[in-house]
Design a protein around this ligand. Sequence first.
Ligand code: NDP
Ligand code: MG
Length: 386
Amino acid sequence: MKYVSILGSTGSIGRQTLEVIKSFPESLQLVALAAGRNRQDFLAQCLEFRPLVVSLEQEEDAQWLKEQLARRGFYPEIYYGLDGLVKVATCNQATVVVTAVSGAIGLVPTCAAISAGKDIALANKETLVAAGEYVTALAAKHKVKLLPVDSEHSAIWQCLHGESKNSVRRLLLTASGGPFRQWEQGDLAEVTPQMALQHPNWAMGKKITIDSATLMNKGLEVIEARWLFNLDFDAIDVVIHPQSIIHSMVEYGDGSILAHLGMPDMRIPIQYALSYPQRWTNDLPRLNLTELNRLTFEQPDTQKFPSLALAYEAGRMGGTAPAVLNAANEIAVHAFLAGQIKFTDIPSTVERTLAAHQVVTPSGLEEIIEVDGWARRQAAKILSKY
Ligand code: NDP
Ligand code: MG
């Protein structure tokens, strides 16, 4: 039996994780849950799964939840805020923590879970982008596993099983290219949040959907892959594959390329992160190869989508640069969603925030958090002038 704690249970990955847990009651048990502002759905989850430890973002929502649950005779430990996320991440009974919050807010609770010896089913890629070196070293120190949930990294992980790292020539991360792949560069300034929130192949949270449209999501994934698989950026390539059937590939030195295919359904990589090292049978919709029309591949256009090139650049700079890239991007995406800036202002905000930053090698988590805060303020200042 694996005992699961979820950070971000009301989100896209969080809900799908609960579906997976429900499908395998003999192997998975939910023990702790945390979410943000959606207290109604969170209440329903608490009543259905009966977790021991729960947390919401705001104190007043936690108080409301306490009253609602008490009325039904249910008394779990209830917390709120960042401390609450840490309590849920470090809950005694949990053996694996699914990190499904969106953004660098996941950093502190993920590190706390690792220090408490929990394996991490990692969806929250921003944590690894902001603090990849720190988090991977911490995981090694505490001998905990970082189990990829992101579909590309799950695919690569599976294509690497049983192989020697020395025989890898490069990783090939596939990208759908987003809804504006075929647009003219000059038209991108007209993209509205509503247009960008329509992803062709995946239904996801708002932040990652915008990141997919700018290709920043793929850039963050390149940095995530660098840390998960400990490979140089020169050995990580991106290929546009609009059908999202091949989830990623590994090219070996002998010329073989191993690929992972499947339906674009996040329940598959979530399940594998939780079943590993086993592989469990489910009854999800299956891929019918003869019904696939064709699979196509093309080069990403970094002129049109500069975010991907910015992520490689920040990744190669190393030190605090990726934390700045990530924080500036979070601020710019929220401003775009709020109608404050244009779609094309997202990469320029990131670029200008990076240009204003003096990269250093962070001494630890505190310094990374400090730099993240600086980048948020700097990005806000830059975009207020657009
Ligand atoms: P969503 O926006 O759908 O969900 C985010 C979750 O985090 C919600 O439960 C939200 O709560 C909660 N949350 C947000 N802020 C806080 C906070 N301050 N304290 C506590 N909880 C908080 O995001 P996704 O599920 O799409 O993505 C989650 C992560 O997984 C991201 O890092 C993303 O990059 C990654 N990922 C997602 C994929 C997908 O298919 N969705 C695929 C691969 C990776 P509430 O809604 O209650 O406010
Ligand atoms: Mg992905």
